[in-house]
Design a protein around this ligand. Structure first.
Ligand SMILES: Cc1ncc(C[n+]2csc(CCOP(=O)(O)OP(=O)(O)O)c2C)c(N)n1
Ligand SMILES: [Mg+2]
Length: 820
């Protein structure tokens, strides 16, 4: 036979065998500083109620509510049932208040059932899974009403997030003093381990040696589509062990372990181990007598003999007795992990998808729903009726009293989001000579690192591009983080790469996924480590897309940080198509909880960066903004600066400063755009607005000069944040739609586009990102940008290729005038 349901543990792995296998009903000592020992019979009763509620929450969403859409509401009863034992053991016997847990997306009904039984969720929510304003389909930090430590949904990301949260805790403890120890727990589906980001996270040196990390793999050997052929646990165990993890398998329940110790037990064990996964899973869908026949089909004599004394029901229960549903085995495994404090732990908990339900082990059970009759039967089995089905555990029973004690034990006070500092409005990083935004970015960070109030909270990170994105100045001053001091072997006069516990740069391997996961966790450090930080990351702009799902994950979770995508665009001329970003501006503009910023000049970048860090330091604006849209678009999240290495002449910005005055210019720069050049009174001449963002402004200014020579008045607008202008426009539009009134041109646009004139937008990015300006202003718009893959060349050659040279911009202006 090929394939096994259970492999021997890989080298370095151990199988949790309870040293004092508590008989059912006996007390289980909890090693944590919990409220004493818990009675196993009590835990089992709680587990039955958790299973019932998780199933019924999904059932109610599908069968109790009016469904006008005619589409299935859905929910995952089988995936939930699989984790009921693990989550009961954790929440009702293992976790402490400071521990943080990430729950696999499809077990969200279990999480809410647990929170409800702990008294953290109002009963009214139980019938509102997947309803607007109700419980989210997958755990959500920002949208769920009860405590969710980590959002999950895109499999793999929620699994890795606690690992980075633990890395952040190590950093915070080293810099700000140790806080009450937390265990960072991830409950992971086994098929989630197919996601590459898991292994990128496990392999990165920044996550090495982290005690207090516990991953529990819900090893039900099923994914969405199928019973997974073969079993990859040996390979996975070795991968974890090779990365320095402590690996534990919770394979057999206590009944099986006892059977193995009886005569013939070793043969029984060998028989189970050698059985193909598909055959083993099939046992779960059968009546007890059929299960006996299938189990013993072809079995050697010693196995048949070992089973002879058991009736059908007894044998069926025995062979299905997996460790991931044995609370004592699980608690023993968790305790074993606590004893390993110098590296992360992973527990492979052997489970059954659909445990305790008629759909257990069925290959098609991923989104199967129990029928009403099956739910009725489960209700009865659980000892409930229609009048009591939603009740919490009766507080007069031991289980109810235990839940109250656990609730008190797990209570967590709210955290402070703001830092007690003022980030200065600028660092006065002015430049007399042509300079690039990437260079200024590095200089602003160096200036801030000189300030005793701000500097301690700054932390930078990059996926092996710190030096090529101008973080070297900051690193020279603040050092690189390492848990222990490391000896520097090279005395580099330019870059002092000193690594130790006081360092403030966290260097990552080349994984943009890891970058955005780490930034996300740094940006949630105020909550998960009770220490607000000012996180700043850098990445080559095209590779923002390489980490995009992790970026989305982090901003969806509400993380606050700055990321600089640099260099960007075809301005990075010699590097060619693989390094030239085009669609990132659109991504930045469109992603909620992320403010996209693309300045051209040093002074503007200085203000914008200081302002972004200042907003992060101040914490998010108070909830309850005027309208839902405004609340949604308010700057609660992160800041994305798209920068370049092209040095540009700073004189035009200084001229604007002189013309508008410092205060007005700063206000407009922060609001999203300002008039870089004013064409003056046009008299009777035709007027056009040339609008640029980022490194193309020199060409735009040159085009304005040429147009002036041809008797056309061209105002030049520098858009510093397309996002803020777009948001302002959308806000007035939405208001108009909702109140059935005529929308006005929003303030930030009105100030800058005082004349009603056609627009040419110019961008070293997809032309689409700025093309909406015409609609916003109600004028003709000709958008010019980069709509093809790039190639190597000089800036001039590539600008010519994409019609970004002044001559083309002039022609675009003539086209815009002709359309008006
Ligand atoms: C990135 C991503 N791809 C695909 C999905 C769709 N999906 C949801 S669950 C699932 C299978 C999960 O299997 P497993 O992790 O073993 O969880 P189980 O339900 O067996 O506990 C898939 C493919 C998803 N949620 N996220
Ligand atoms: Mg699975």
């Amino acid at each position: 036979m090929t394939g096994v349901i259970v492999g021997e543990p890989a080298e370095g792995a151990s199988v949790a065998a309870p040293t004092s296998a508590a008989p059912s009903g006996g007390p289980v000592p909890t090693e944590a500083s919990g409220p004493g020992a818990v009675d196993l019979a009590v835990l089992e009763e709680i587990q039955r109620r958790v299973l019932w509620l998780a199933v019924r929450i999904v059932d109610a969403a599908n069968h109790d509510r009016e469904n006008a859409d005619g589409i299935k509401v859905g929910g995952h009863q089988a995936s939930s049932a699989s984790l009921v034992g693990v989550m009961t053991a954790l929440y009702f016997a293992h976790l402490d208040a400071a521990d943080r847990v990430s729950v696999k997306p499809h077990a969200s009904p279990v999480l809410h059932a647990v929170q409800y039984l702990l008294g953290d969720l109002d009963r009214s929510y139980l019938t509102r899974l997947r309803a607007r304003g109700g419980l989210q389909s997958y755990p959500s930090r920002s949208k769920d009403p009860d405590r969710v430590d980590f959002s999950t949904g895109s499999v793999g990301l929620g699994a890795a997030a606690p690992l980075f949260a633990a890395a952040v805790r190590r950093y915070v403890d080293a810099h700000f003093g140790p806080r009450p120890a937390s265990r960072f727990v991830a409950l992971i589906g086994d098929a989630e381990l197919d996601e590459g980001n898991i292994w990128e996270a496990v392999a990165d040196p920044a996550t090495q040696g982290l005690g207090g990390v516990l991953w529990v793999v819900d090893f039900n050997r099923q994914s969405l589509d199928r019973v997974v052929p073969g079993v990859r646990i040996a390979q996975w165990s070795q991968q974890f062990a090779a990365a320095g993890w402590h690996v534990v398998e919770v394979k057999y329940g206590r009944r099986l372990q006892e059977a193995f110790a009886r005569p013939g037990g070793q043969a029984l064990r060998a028989w189970i181990d050698a059985m193909p996964n598909e055959q083993y899973q099939a046992l779960f869908g059968l009546e007890d007598d059929q299960a006996r026949r299938l189990f013993l089909d072809g079995a050697p004599a010693p196995v048949v003999e070992a089973c002879a004394g058991l009736d059908d029901a007894g044998l069926a229960a025995l062979v299905k007795d997996l460790g991931g549903h044995d609370l004592a085995c699980l608690l023993e495994a968790f305790a074993a992990c606590d004893r390993v404090a110098d590296r992360p732990s992973v527990v492979f908990a052997y489970t059954v998808k659909g445990w305790g339900l008629p759909i257990a082990g069925n290959p098609r059970n991923h989104s199967a729903l129990l029928t009403r009759e099956q739910v009725d039967a489960l209700r009865e089995q659980t000892g409930l009726d229609r009048g009591t089905e939603w009740d919490r555990l009766d507080p007069s029973t031991p289980a109810g009293q235990w839940a109250v004690r656990r609730r008190e034990h797990l209570a967590l006070p709210p955290a402070e989001q703001a830092l007690p500092i003022q980030v200065p409005p600028s660092t006065s990083a002015r430049a007399g000579r042509p300079v690039s935004t990437q260079e200024v970015f590095g200089r602003v960070l160096v200036e801030l690192s000189r300030r005793d109030d701000v500097a301690p909270y700054l932390v930078t990170t990059a996926p092996d591009v710190a030096t090529s994105t101008n973080l070297a100045g900051f690193i020279n001053r603040r050092g690189v983080f390492a848990p222990q001091q490391r000896r520097a072997w090279n005395a580099d006069p330019v870059l002092r790469w000193v690594e130790g516990p006081s360092g403030q740069h966290i260097e990552l391997g080349i994984s943009e996924m890891n970058l955005f996961l780490l930034l996300g966790q740094l940006g949630l450090s105020w909550d998960l480590s009770r220490q607000p930080l000012l996180p700043v990351g850098t990445v080559y702009d095209p590779f923002v897309l390489r980490g995009l799902d992790a970026l989305i994950y982090s901003v969806y979770s509400g993380a606050r940080f700055v990321v600089a995508g640099t260099p960007s665009g075809i301005t990075l001329a010699p590097e060619g198509g693989a390094h030239q970003s085009t669609i990132t501006a659109s991504v930045g503009l469109e992603l909620p909880n992320l403010t996209f910023i693309e300045p051209a000049y040093a002074g503007a970048l200085d203000w914008l960066l200081c302002d972004a860090l200042g907003r992060i330091a101040a914490g998010p604006p108070a909830a309850g903004a005027a309208s839902a849209v405004a609340a949604e678009r308010e700057e609660r999240g992160a800041y994305y600066f798209r920068l370049t290495t092209r040095p540009i002449d700073q004189a035009p910005f200084e001229a604007a400063r002189a013309r508008l005055g410092e205060a007005v210019l700063r206000r407009q720069v922060l609001a999203g755009g300002y008039r870089l050049r004013d064409a003056g009174d046009p008299g009777g001449a035709p007027v056009v607005h040339l609008v640029g963002s980022g490194a193309v402004l020199p060409e735009v200014l040159a085009a304005a000069d040429e147009l002036a020579e041809e008797g056309i008045a061209a105002h030049v607008v520098d858009v510093t944040s397309l996002d803020r202008l777009y948001t302002a426009w959308q806000r007035t539009l939405r208001q108009g739609i909702r109140t059935a009134t005529t929308p006005s041109v929003p303030g930030p646009l009105r100030q800058v586009f005082a004349d009603r004139a056609p627009v040419v937008s110019v961008h070293d990015a997809s032309s689409h990102a700025m093309a909406w300006l015409g609609s916003a202003l109600g004028v003709a718009c000709v958008p010019v940008g980069v709509d093809g893959f790039g190639q190597s060349g000089t800036i001039g050659e590539l600008y010519e290729l994409h019609d970004l040279l002044p001559g083309s911009i002039v022609n675009a202006a003539l086209a815009a005038l002709s359309l008006a």
